[in-house]
Design a protein around this ligand. Structure first.
Ligand SMILES: [Zn+2]
Length: 415
């Protein structure tokens, strides 16, 4: 497969970034959840200064890196790019040893001869989409961290190209690199005033050429039951067992509206945990739906179930529901050029844009509701969060091209 002028840059960058352990930690209450995310943040700061970006700044408290590429023309609408520096806690993230397999032939890949670790297209048919391409792989003992460092490699290469080629006219571009996406950080510490741009894109997710402008609406619910415990020998007519009330409540949940029975745009309830004894029982759940009305019906349904238990047994049940994030769609739809430009840029790069309603949330879901409309463009990695993660180098090259086309489209907009 023919290499673009970006080949060496994206390859070198991803390999270098992947070797830096930036695993986040869901159990930590610190900000960022792990200090080692600063190791990559500092590398990016140095590199952004080296390639000539403006206003390069590291937030030493929150571990957010900011940079700007100033406009070199009059007019043009500003836009931003947001990528995350951490890697998932689901697989080991230290001592990552990336390597390059050139011109993949469609067969089994020996990741680790010593331990006999093989990646086969029989287990991972997505490999067959990349025959003939150069792949960056792991040694089978760690994740790669292409999620989201493949995106960082593309964004940095895009930025360097713009800064090295002043003849390419463009409006202002804002960059941010954030921590803790993998542990629900939702880019909460991204300072929108400092970031500057009024709209942005995250680059995250697998499948080159895909984008997302719709995520779940998401809430977290906790239901608790208070029982009345007495000696079991004399309990008749007196005891109220909180476990029984909880079981009854759980049985009111719709049988098939669970993650294991749903896909596409079907929503669900998911029981995260259940604990109980006679005196006290509780359960935690998450509620997910793409459709706002359906989502509200789901929340109302849990209240109804709780009221039904209370109506029958007296006030023994209570329910609390907290918002986790909201779908970005309602916000993104108010700025149609965001997706129009993105699709046009993907097409100019020779790909057919594709989109699915994302069955999760992104940092962009939260950012959109904070006032930074922020759809997502795929980073192009595969098998993320595990030891079989890999990144086809052409996917990163394509994303550099897509970003250059996107930038050209924003340059033609009114400021
Ligand atoms: Zn990610």
């Amino acid at each position: 497969m023919e290499r673009t002028p970006f080949y060496e840059q994206v390859k070198e960058r991803l390999i270098r970034y992947a070797k830096i352990d930036t695993q986040s930690d869901a159990k930590s209450t610190a900000t960022p959840t792990t200090q080692k995310q600063f190791d990559l943040a500092r590398v990016l700061v140095d590199e952004l200064r080296l390639i000539g970006a403006d206003d390069v700044w590291l937030d030493e408290h929150n571990c957010v890196v900011y940079a700007k590429i100033p406009a070199n023309q009059r007019g043009g609408r500003a836009f931003g790019l947001v990528t995350h520096m951490d890697t998932a806690p689901d697989a080991p993230g230290a001592n990552v040893r990336p390597w390059v397999l050139e011109a993949y032939d469609g067969g089994d890949i020996l990741l680790n001869a010593e331990r006999g670790i093989v990646m086969s297209p029989k287990d991972f048919p997505n490999l067959l989409n990349y025959i003939g391409q150069d792949l960056i792989l792991t040694d089978g003992t760690t994740l790669l961290g292409g999620d989201d460092k493949a995106a960082i490699a593309s964004v940095m290469t895009f930025a360097e190209h713009l800064l090295r080629h002043p003849e390419i006219l463009h409006g202002p571009v804002a960059l941010a690199f954030t921590p803790d996406e993998e542990v629900g950080g939702l880019a909460k510490d991204l300072d929108l005033a400092r970031f500057g741009a009024k709209v942005a894109y995250t680059l995250d997710g697998d499948w080159l050429g895909f984008y997302e402008d719709e995520t779940f609406h998401a809430s977290h619910a906790k239901v608790t039951f208070t029982g009345r415990s007495v000696h079991t020998g004399t309990a008749k007519g007196i005891m109220i067992n909180a476990c029984d009330l909880l079981t009854e409540w759980l049985n009111l949940l719709p049988r098939f509206e669970k993650p294991q029975y749903t896909d596409g745009r079907e929503g669900f309830f998911h029981v995260l945990s259940v604990r109980g004894a006679c005196e006290h029982a509780e359960a935690e759940l998450i509620i997910r739906d793409h459709d706002r009305t359906q989502f509200e019906i789901r929340e109302a349904y849990l209240k109804k179930c709780t009221d039904a238990i209370n109506a029958q047994y007296g006030e023994h049940a209570s329910l609390s529901i907290d918002e986790t994030y909201r779908s970005m769609k309602e916000v993104v739809d108010q700025h149609p050029y965001l997706i129009e430009h993105l699709c046009a840029a993907i097409r100019k790069a020779g790909l057919e844009p594709q989109s699915l309603a994302f069955r999760g949330g992104t940092d962009g879901s939260a950012l959109s509701w904070r006032g930074l409309p922020c759809p997502n463009l795929s980073a192009g990695y595969e098998n993320a969060h595990g030891r079989f993660e890999y990144v086809p180098i052409p996917s990163m090259e394509k994303n550099v091209e897509i970003l250059l086309h996107l930038c050209a489209l924003f340059a033609q907009d009114e400021a």
